[in-house]
Design a protein around this ligand. Structure first.
Ligand SMILES: Cc1cc2nc3c(=O)[nH]c(=O)nc-3n(C[C@H](O)[C@H](O)[C@H](O)COP(=O)(O)O)c2cc1C
Length: 219
């Protein structure tokens, strides 16, 4: 028996509704294998400390994959061969912080063991990472997220405080890397947490602590 035209249209609309989002997610973002980080470069620590500062003027120029890899390794990379130790400390070695990377092509999360960026969302959410205009144009906004499901050794009352402390260590590592390499950076708390968490699809026990913009200085 022939279906009525209206039934065909309803059927087609349903297919479009079901298939299009799947296609969008599927064609979405691919994982990025970063080059291994270069751990032997950089300027002397005392000179770098002398130059550490916040900058709020960024060039839109992209960061090369090697620079991104080095910066993420400095932030919270695995730094001791044969161990899971990281470049930043964490209470009871909980390592509950995830470093997300919001770039023009989408949102990724850093996989420190694999030196890779794992795809999260094929959307440019940089504008949501800050109320300051530069956030949407800078090539990279790091979003620090505490996965509190991994912070089980800490008393519940301590977990937010520890996450804030861990973020400070990671963020300062990024500041020092940027000072060493002539990059511009600023860590930021001024953003709409609820809107950003929603866009990122975070669970309730994943808490955004701070964000940090990184790029080349504006010429
Ligand atoms: C927790 C925290 C939140 C901050 N939030 C912002 C922010 O939302 N926007 C901004 O432009 N700078 C922000 N900053 C950067 C400070 O303004 C900056 O570190 C301070 O002015 C000192 O400047 P310096 O980093 O160059 O020494 C923040 C810094 C910290 C530690």
């Amino acid at each position: 028996m022939m279906k009525k035209p209206s039934l065909y249209i309803a059927h087609l609309s349903l297919m479009v509704l079901l298939v299009l989002p799947a296609l969008a997610a599927g064609q979405a973002l691919k994982a990025i294998q970063l080059p291994a980080p270069q751990m032997d470069g950089g300027r002397p620590l005392m000179q770098v400390l002398k130059d550490r500062k916040s900058s709020r003027e960024f060039s839109p120029e992209k960061l090369p994959a090697q620079v991104l890899s080095n910066m993420l390794w400095a932030a919270f990379g695995v730094n001791r061969p044969g161990s899971t130790g990281r470049t930043a400390p964490s209470a009871s070695n909980s390592q509950e912080m995830d470093v997300y990377v919001a770039a023009a092509d989408g949102l990724y999360v850093y996989d420190a063991k694999a030196y890779a960026l794992k795809p999260v969302l094929a959307e440019d959410i940089r504008a949501l990472t800050g109320r300051q205009a530069f956030a949407k144009d800078a090539p990279v906004n790091l979003i620090y997220v505490a996965d509190l499901s991994k912070a089980t050794r800490a008393a519940p009352a301590d977990r937010d405080f520890y996450a804030a402390a861990h973020t400070g260590f990671i963020s300062q590592n990024v500041y020092l890397y940027c000072a060493s390499e002539g990059l511009a950076t600023v860590v930021r708390a001024s953003f709409d947490r609820a809107a950003l968490a929603k866009a990122m699809g975070l669970r309730p026990d994943q808490k955004i602590t701070l964000v940090q913009t990184v790029g080349y200085p504006k010429k």
